[in-house]
Design a protein around this ligand. Structure first.
Ligand code: PEP
Length: 249
């Protein structure tokens, strides 16, 4: 009943020209009858290109990050309001690279999720443990803490996706064991249902971390995983499309 969500996180890759060629090619490859929602996350500099090329196409676009304040003296930042103004649908909140490299706290990530909803964007909330935390049996407590601080008790403020991305699997070529991804998706779903009631069924739970065309089926056919957040393998539109096909085969 949940449409799988496949996301391409380009990170700090692709010039405007490369983004344009990528998106035109992706639109050509696209089979609109597939039961799959596709969203691309270009760098800020190419969001306007995505807005132009994807207009009228089922492929959506979003920002890899945005600031929760609507406007103000935040040099170098881009707000959710500005991203929404371009026609974006999604925003990634709390990617582990932002948590680790830019010191984003659970609280700040929570403020971003709330701001995304107030500007009509769908947040993809990223959660996941480090290798040390997993080895120490702390994978679920860490993920639960990240969920609880980003999603306060009460009602969900709008549509939401959660990407379970074990930090040690991102960009390393060593994906999680599919059984562990499935186990975490089940825990996250149970947590959502106990916190928010039946509306928790609507949240899509993705897996992210070294997904490739070769291993995509292992994750995308898991009963409780509703799609993937793909970094490295999404940089090439043909590879990304191969992953999309694995999601529906
Ligand atoms: C990511 O950027 O969220 C990610 C999962 O990257 P990769 O697919 O390269 O591991």
């Amino acid at each position: 009943m949940r449409t799988p969500l496949l996301a391409a996180n380009w990170k700090m890759h692709h010039t405007v020209g490369e983004a344009e060629r990528y998106l035109r090619h992706l639109v050509e490859l696209l089979d609109p009858t597939l039961n799959l929602e596709i969203v691309v996350f270009p760098a800020f500099t190419s969001l306007h290109v995505a807005a132009r090329i994807l207009e009228g196409s089922p492929v959506k676009f979003g920002a890899q990050n945005a600031h929760p304040e609507k406007k103000g003296a935040f040099t170098g930042e881009v707000s959710m309001a500005q991203v929404a103004d371009l026609g974006a649908s999604y925003v990634i909140c709390g990617h582990s690279e932002r948590r680790k490299l830019f010191g984003e706290t659970d609280e700040f990530v929570g403020a971003k999720v709330q701001a995304a909803w107030s500007f009509g964007l769908v947040p993809i909330l990223c959660v996941g443990e480090t290798l040390e935390e997993r080895k120490g049996g702390q994978a679920w407590p860490v993920v639960e803490r990240q969920l609880a601080s980003a999603l306060p008790q009460g009602t969900l403020g709008g549509p939401l996706a959660i990407a379970y991305e074990p930090v040690w699997a991102i960009g390393t070529g060593f994906p999680a064991h599919p059984g562990d991804a499935q186990d975490m998706a089940v825990r996250i779903r149970r947590w959502l249902l106990s916190r928010f009631g039946p509306v928790g069924e609507e949240v899509r739970i993705q897996y992210g971390g070294s997904v490739t065309p070769e291993n995509a089926r292992d994750f995308l056919t898991l009963p409780d995983v509703d799609g993937a957040l793909v970094g490295g393998a999404s940089l090439d539109p043909d590879k990304f499309w191969a992953i999309a096909q694995a999601a529906v085969s």
